[in-house]
Design a protein around this ligand. Structure first.
Ligand code: FNR
Length: 385
């Protein structure tokens, strides 16, 4: 294991290490939440409001973390959540995340707001799920979905908690925007973070040219650094379940809605033929004050019984994963720590992060007295908060 990873003992540890490496605007983008950071805090607090009631003297010597999702076997109930522009915080970030997940046998969702062509990632890691932000016009949606299908994507994730842009004041304060605007302070940030400047940014420029948004539309979008280009944030405010239904009629593989917190939406997702739901408040990055994903989970699991229910937002420990499973999730996705891990150690960093969290799940299952993931249910939890 590289020396830089040896002192990293849990997912929390990646953040401080990444903070030292990343320019301030980029660290701010990854770490940030929205407005007062209320939902981000609620996400963590929600896990603390449940305690375990372990079973003892159960033979857990042969326990397994394996799960099945959409007919596919995975090594553990943990996955990598979609994150935009990861190829800016780590060299070839989307490829690094997808390859590390494939090697560990866990699901990875590639973001549509990414800087590496989807086709390249699918070639490197053919099981990768793809997350789309739907463009505003029906023809653009059709063209994007046709491209995603042609790229060989099986599992399509539609993120629906971004009808309008969130109020990310922290990005403004830190000088982050997409595209990034060249400035003296941005140059200074690059110069004072040489590992990132040479190892990620200049290496990318030299080998692959200026990164562009590659997968928001069927065609290439704006560059990541430009003094005057405007990114096309097409208005998504009018999108509704009819747009989702139209995609459902065409999409043959599993289809997942990400960003649902309401049981009513969960029931609609089931009615509209979705295969799965990711209960999520986007890591506290969209509507500040929206309830924690874990708080929303039990009602959603009930309202959409029969669908694959998954969750993200604030998951950092094996015990968090087990709490989500006990409340009805099949798999827990994690965002920021894997982004930091890629920045700190590339693919080895993400592999280390996956190993840490999977080991925690495995150990905690033993301590909880369960042999398989299917044995985990609400009987093992008490609400203490
Ligand atoms: C995100 N998230 C996100 N979600 C999505 O559907 N598409 C995207 O492009 C992005 N981009 C993105 C970038 C960054 C830097 C972060 C941190 C997050 C949200 C992500 O998928 C997930 O919901 C949260 O990250 C989960 O919360 P934690 O694990 O980061 O607390």
């Amino acid at each position: 294991m590289p020396k830089s990873l040896r002192s990293i003992l849990c997912l929390h540890d990646f953040e401080a290490a990444a903070r030292r490496i990343l320019p301030r605007p980029i660290y701010a983008y990854v770490s940030g939440a929205v407005e007062d950071g209320l939902s981000e805090r609620l996400n963590r607090q929600a896990f603390a409001q449940y305690g375990f009631v372990p079973n003892t003297l159960v033979d857990v010597s042969g326990r397994s973390t394996a799960i099945t999702l959409f007919g596919q076997s995975y090594a553990a109930p943990v996955g990598i959540a979609p994150m935009g522009i990861t190829a800016l915080s780590s060299y070839r970030g989307d490829l690094v995340l997808a390859r590390a997940a494939a090697a560990a046998g866990v699901p990875c969702i590639m973001s549509g707001s990414s800087l590496i062509r989807l086709e390249e990632v699918m070639q490197a890691a053919p099981q990768t799920w793809f997350q789309a932000y739907l463009p505003g016009q029906q023809e653009q949606i059709d063209a994007l979905i046709a491209r995603v299908q042609a790229a060989g994507v099986e599992t399509l994730v539609l993120t629906v908690d971004t009808p309008v842009a969130a109020n990310r004041e922290n990005n403004v304060r830190a000088g982050f925007s997409t595209p990034l605007r060249p400035s003296a302070s941005l140059a200074w940030q690059g110069l004072t973070h040489p590992r990132w400047l040479f190892g990620t940014f200049l290496r990318t420029l030299l080998r692959h040219g200026m990164p562009h948004f590659e997968n928001n539309y069927a065609q290439r979008g704006a560059p990541i650094l430009s003094a005057n280009v405007l990114r096309d944030f097409s208005d998504r405010g009018h999108l509704n379940w009819e747009h989702v239904a139209a995609i459902r009629r065409r999409w043959r593989g599993p289809m997942v809605i990400k960003g649902i917190l309401s049981p009513r939406d969960a029931a609609l997702a089931k009615q509209r033929g979705m295969d799965g739901i990711i209960v999520s408040n986007h890591g506290g990055r969209q509507l500040d004050g929206s309830i924690a994903s874990l708080a929303a989970l039990p009602d959603i699991a009930q309202a959409a019984h029969g669908l694959e229910i998954m969750l993200d937002s604030g998951v950092r420990r094996g015990t968090d994963v087990l709490k989500a499973l006990a409340l009805g999730a099949r798999c827990a996705f994690i965002g920021r720590p894997f982004n930091y891990a890629a920045a700190v150690g590339g693919q080895a960093g993400v592999a280390h992060a996956l190993r840490l969290i999977i080991d925690e799940v495995h150990r905690d299952m033993g301590l909880l007295g369960v042999g398989t993931v299917q044995d985990i249910d609400a009987q093992l939890l008490r609400r203490t908060g």
